[in-house]
Design a protein around this ligand. Structure first.
Ligand code: AMP
Length: 372
């Protein structure tokens, strides 16, 4: 779950679909438990927002029931309005029946009041209200609510049926209104030896960014014989990837050391799909995102010559031996190269010709960076 942009507003992840599922299931079980044996309720969903909730709820209820809908409209943009309009009404005869209202969210209570008015003279046996979300801080009515899935703070949410100006209903998760991202973050991508580290040094000064090279952080730890260094060394010396969990935790700690940064250059991270997903989720929690992956494209032959040359002075065990270098390419091709698709799918992949002078390549990167 990354940051969501709907028209002019940004939303950050709030509830994962698994959490929603648990809440809905719990609600359905409570409702079922309270019904007299043999009673066939009529569930009335309040459209539009309830459509996913109602569908999931009724499946979880898993018993004889009837289903109907009322369509009410009260929202304009992100503010609830007093003026609730009934767009589609009830046609069934409800005399003597138990009606259970399925609402996606109750905040001020204006819609709820309208619901009570609509059903007042329908001669029901019972009217009960089940809502997925409830905002206690803004509820202003003295009206009963029988079942509440989750009480939430007074922040605008979208997803799972709920919309912002008609958009966002399709997402299976819930997102919460957030401030616009403040950072500009890039992933500098490319096979070993492509020149990521060199370019990052220039870019960080040009754009006042923080450069995080996971390889450098590991080497620093190895040099200082930290616990992390000892753990990473055996993988690095062979040109293998350090396990994801170790790397992801280390990266988070590095980012958290620089919370007021203008942005980050991620160099050597992410290297696997799960690292990419973890990075997206981690930034999204902060209301931030990756703006683009800038990839230096260089052929393998050129790279091997470059790396062997670098190995003469870099002191890196993984640069001197062609077999280890080949293994790093193998790791890159089998685990890392797929990230091109991951970012491409989000329209965030920018390939750059990585052959040329350092200045030429910096120029190519900054042309892309300026458009992000
Ligand atoms: P680099 O300096 O980016 O070429 O990284 C050198 C070595 O550090 C790699 O071959 C891996 O052993 C380890 N390493 C660096 N970044 C990562 C990462 N994101 N995931 C796993 N291992 C990494």
């Amino acid at each position: 779950m990354g940051i969501l942009k709907l028209q002019d507003l940004y939303f950050k992840p709030y509830l994962h679909k698994d959490e929603i599922k648990i809440i809905v299931k719990h609600l359905a079980l409570q409702v079922k438990r309270d019904l007299p044996k043999g009673e066939v309720p009529i569930f009335v969903g309040i459209l539009n927002g309830c459509f996913l909730f109602a569908a999931d709820f009724i499946r979880e209820f898993n018993g004889n029931c009837e289903v109907s809908f009322v369509k009410l409209a009260s929202y304009n943009g992100i503010s609830s309005s007093e003026n609730v309009r009934q767009l589609v009404g009830i046609n069934e005869d409800l005399t003597g029946r138990t009606v259970i209202i399925l609402e996606d969210i109750i905040d001020t209570g204006n819609t709820l009041q309208e619901i009570y008015t609509i059903f007042k003279d329908k001669k029901l046996k019972k009217l009960k209200i089940a809502t997925l979300f409830f905002k206690p801080d803004v509820f202003r009515k003295e009206l009963p609510i029988d079942y509440i899935g989750k009480s939430i703070e007074d922040k605008f949410i979208v997803g799972y049926g709920l919309d912002y100006n008609g958009l966002g209903r399709n997402y299976p998760e819930i997102y919460q209104l957030s401030t616009p991202p403040k950072m500009k973050n890039i992933v500098l991508f490319g096979p070993p030896g492509a020149g990521k580290g060199t370019q990052a040094e220039f870019l960080k000064d040009m754009y006042n960014l923080v450069h995080i090279s996971t390889g450098d952080v590991f080497r620093f730890n190895i040099k200082n014989k930290t616990e992390l260094g000892l753990l990473a060394k055996k993988y690095m010396d062979e040109g293998d990837l350090v396990p994801d969990e170790v790397t992801i935790n280390m990266l988070k700690a590095e980012v958290n050391k620089n919370t007021d940064a203008n942005g980050f250059i991620f160099d050597g991270f992410p290297r696997t799909q799960s690292q990419a997903e973890a990075l997206d989720a981690f930034l999204a929690e902060k209301g931030e995102l990756i703006n683009g992956m800038i990839a230096l494209e260089v052929s393998e032959d050129v790279l091997i010559t470059r790396l062997l040359e670098r190995g003469k002075t870099s002191g890196r065990a993984d640069d001197t031996d062609e077999i280890k270098i080949r293994n790093r390419f193998n790791e890159y091709n089998t685990k890392t190269a797929i990230l091109k698709e991951y970012f491409d799918a989000q329209d965030k992949y920018y390939g750059i010709n990585g052959i040329g002078t350092i200045e030429e390549i910096t120029q190519r990167i900054s042309e892309v960076f300026d458009t992000l």
